[in-house]
Design a protein around this ligand. Structure first.
Ligand code: BES
Ligand code: ZN
Length: 445
């Protein structure tokens, strides 16, 4: 690893580019500027493209007719670092320990997108040019749903015409096992607010006379699943595409014990979920309904005999092929309205949403990706998997640009993305640089 590569990585990681938090708007912008400078220094024509939200960084080489055009997509925004006290070192002050770099964004997605940039840098230094026409599109709103990127693609449709998109923002099944992900779950979000009285009440003076919004909310949320862990919203599973036999068989043979891995990484006392599916199947090919946050009432020390006037919960649904996000949102709202306990009112606010993605790992670009993965990982055979996470824009690469996306991720199961002590092994950073060179060569053919 070149010292200058590590220095670039550290500089990139030092920007607290937290897209969801307005207090960090300037940090997000500074991070975008840094990328423009880096991409320019590499020899590309780079610019900052404003959007109604955070800017998009767009860089390209000099395009030549007759060549394949590749878009490499990634994101420079990160999730909030909270809870801060659980970090062993400050989240925006990267440190190297035992070959791993610790910092927010080290894996998701700064390490992985920077590896592409450095791969391009090395190729240009060596050959004076790239084997393909290239676009880098690096956005600042992936972690908040990519709400402005679809319009950006539409507005720049002709200039962004390409043959395929390459993304490194997914995982590997194990260290040293190159992985091609051919599917992602989608996600759709909503927020529920339950209101009872117009102000907080003395629970002795009013308890028993009026409904308690927190009780109502917990009763309501408890109707989302049945006793077996299946989602109880009517029609929720109607459009779910069953797993293919070949997938179930291939996933059983992966060099990965899903149960052991998940138990070890999470520290949960046991596995839990829908019957009839293995842990990996539940993660990669089955939908979920999650309560991500819940609030209401007194949270301070000691006791307070109060009936809160409000209670709220944040929900998301992970979606799989062929579920339709807006339709699922409607079914969920209908369910919530139907099961709302008496004596309270409810307000529902829609959140961000993004569709699932599924492509063919055996297509011609899929095969090129598999060759590049073998090349970058000393000949090791790539694992073909789906993923539980979401990259909302991938489906719009298909609907707007008309191209497929290759998901060549480098994250490990213990990378702690979105959690305290996020980390990325330099070994994978290096592999990412090799992978960039290999995939551009393969796609050029
Ligand atoms: N890199 C992840 C997506 C991911 C996670 C892919 C795990 C495969 C496995 C991405 O940065 C992310 O976190 N996406 C969000 C999108 C959401 C905010 C719309 C997610 O999945 O929660
Ligand atoms: Zn993420």
């Amino acid at each position: 690893m070149r010292a200058s590569h590590l220095e670039d990585y550290y500089q990139f990681l030092r920007f607290p580019s937290v897209s969801t938090d307005e207090a960090h708007t300037d940090d997000v912008a500074h991070c975008a500027h840094w990328l423009v400078e880096k991409l320019t220094a590499v020899g590309l024509e780079a610019k900052l493209m404003p959007t109604p939200g955070h800017p998009v960084v767009w860089a390209k080489n000099k395009h030549q007719p007759g060549r394949k055009t590749v878009m490499i997509y990634g994101h420079y925004d990160v999730q909030p670092p909270d809870p801060l006290d659980l970090w062993d070192s400050p989240p925006f002050d990267p440190v190297l320990k035992n070959g791993y770099v610790f910092a927010r964004g080290s894996t998701d997605n700064k390490g992985q997108i920077l590896a592409h940039i450095l791969g391009v840098q090395e190729t240009i230094e060596r050959d004076g040019e790239l084997p393909v026409n290239l676009h880098f599109i690096i956005e600042g709103e992936e972690e908040i749903g990519s709400g402005n990127l679809g319009n950006f693609l539409t507005q720049n449709l002709e200039a962004l015409r390409c043959d395929v998109v390459v993304v490194s923002d997914t995982g590997m099944v194990a260290r040293g096992v190159p992985t091609l992900s051919y599917g992602l779950r989608g996600v759709t979000a909503l927020e529920v607010k339950i209101t009872g009285s117009k102000m907080d009440l003395h629970s002795g003076m009013f308890g028993g006379a009026v409904a308690n919004p927190i009780t109502a909310l917990t009763q309501l949320l408890a109707t989302l699943h049945d006793k077996e862990g299946r989602i109880a919203i009517e029609g929720f599973y109607d459009k779910v595409k069953p797993l293919e036999d070949w997938e179930r068989e291939a996933w059983r043979k992966l060099p990965l014990d899903g149960d052991k891995e998940i138990l070890g990484e999470t520290g949960s006392p046991d596995l839990y979920g829908e019957k009839g599916y293995s842990t990996l199947e539940r993660l990669w090919a089955r939908p979920t309904a999650e309560i991500n946050g819940i609030g209401g009432g007194y949270q301070g020390p000691g006791t307070k005999t109060v009936i809160a006037s409000h209670a709220m919960a944040k929900l998301t649904f992970r979606l799989v092929p062929n579920q339709d996000g807006p339709e699922i949102l409607e079914l969920a709202k209908k369910h919530l309205r139907k099961h709302l306990p008496a004596g309270v009112t409810m307000e529902i606010t829609d959140g961000h949403s993004g569709p699932w993605y599924l492509t063919d790992p055996h297509s011609s670009v899929g095969q090129a990706a598999q060759r590049a993965l073998r090349d970058a990982f000393s000949g090791a055979e790539p694992a073909l998997i789906r993923e539980g996470g979401s990259i909302p824009i991938t489906s719009q690469f298909r609907t707007i640009l008309g191209v497929e996306t290759l998901l060549l991720g480098l994250a490990l199961a213990d990378c702690r993305a979105h959690s305290p002590n996020e980390n990325f092994p330099l070994e994978n950073f290096d592999a990412g640089i090799r992978l960039n060179k290999a995939i551009l060569q393969e796609l050029a053919k």
